[in-house]
Design a protein around this ligand. Structure first.
Ligand SMILES: [Zn+2]
Length: 318
């Protein structure tokens, strides 16, 4: 069992009992809300994947074009992908013609399998590193992990990776709507894309920004790169920012998450310079992060965030 797997196994025990958002297994009644006339979102819970949510825990974006429906991040399991297809049918008669995956963490792309069951011709897009990870051992690891922590209720049987790659500056045209892709290098992962819905003044940030929620940062994360990516997004000055966890809103979402990352990095740097080891600095770092302690995920993630930032700063010193 690797670190990530053991991490989820430990955490899911805590969250599946305590979560106030747990749903019964056959329900999928998460809010579907309008952002603009063409753009909608389904807001999943902040829980870890568990048997109740069957792997669904993210924000799904739905864009209505003249050619058909485009979905960003269709959930974290085949089951969730199928339920999302059904919810979209309550919104429009049009078929899903394209899917974008923001990055390679399984809670954002395992739903591809469910969408493909209904719409086998839908084109799935992702960053080249995302496609490679999904098709490699990472993809298998995520599929197995979600099936296990949901006790087999995720419904996942096969890896459904992107069929086409996109990179910074690409524009994908679907009917009357253009989707502009941004990638600013290593940030939340080494394979993040942010997607502008051109003409709607809206940007999907993936996990590069989360709305008052903390989640996993793995070995390919760069906290420094994540801050730079948020600055890039803020400079574009969109009206709507849609994070991959939590509700859509304005620039304040990005500024809050950026403030968390900057505070974390600056206190760890200060204590590193004072020659604290990472485990020694934890109480002081947590004290400095008092404004963020109520965010879901803080208690279980902050320790690993400190360790990763410590390693990042240590690497910068050489
Ligand atoms: Zn992620």
């Amino acid at each position: 069992m690797n670190v990530l797997q053991s991490y989820f196994v430990v955490c899911v025990c805590v969250f599946s009992v305590a979560s106030p958002l747990a749903i019964s297994a056959d329900e999928f009644n998460w809010p579907l809300e309008r952002i603009t006339d063409k753009v909608y979102a389904i807001y999943g819970p902040f829980d870890l994947p568990n048997p109740e949510n069957r792997g669904f825990r993210n924000t799904v974006v739905i864009v209505l074009t003249t050619e058909g429906v485009v979905v960003f991040d269709p959930g974290g399991s085949a089951w969730a992908g199928e339920r999302i297809v059904e919810r979209i049918k309550s919104l429009t008669d049009k078929q899903i013609v394209a899917v974008f995956n923001s990055h390679a963490h399984g809670d954002h792309w395992l739903g591809n399998e469910g969408v493909k069951k209904y719409y086998p011709d839908a084109m799935i897009y992702g960053h080249p590193n995302m496609k490679a990870r999904a098709e490699g051992s990472d993809g298998k690891r995520w599929l197995d992990l979600i099936n296990r922590v949901t006790e087999g209720k995720a419904g996942g049987k096969r890896i459904t990776a992107p069929g086409r790659v996109v990179n910074n500056g690409d524009v994908i045209e679907v009917g009357d709507t253009n989707f502009r892709i941004y990638h600013t290098g290593q940030a939340h992962t080494d394979n993040d894309i942010f997607i502008e819905i051109v003409g709607e003044n809206a940007l999907f940030t993936g996990d590069v920004a989360r709305n008052q929620f903390l989640g996993v940062m793995e070995e390919d994360a760069s906290f420094k790169g994540n801050i730079a990516a948020i600055d890039f997004m803020l400079e574009k000055n969109f009206k709507y920012y849609i994070p991959a966890h939590g509700r859509a809103g304005g620039a304040e979402i990005l500024k809050r998450y950026r403030a968390y990352l900057v505070t974390l990095r600056s206190i760890v740097k200060q204590l590193y310079d004072d020659e604290f080891a990472d485990f020694e600095m934890k109480p002081q770092v947590i004290k400095a992060l008092k404004n963020y302690q109520k965010w879901p995920g803080f208690d279980i993630r902050v320790g690993s965030h400190i360790s990763r930032v410590y390693l990042e700063i240590e690497a910068e010193e050489f």
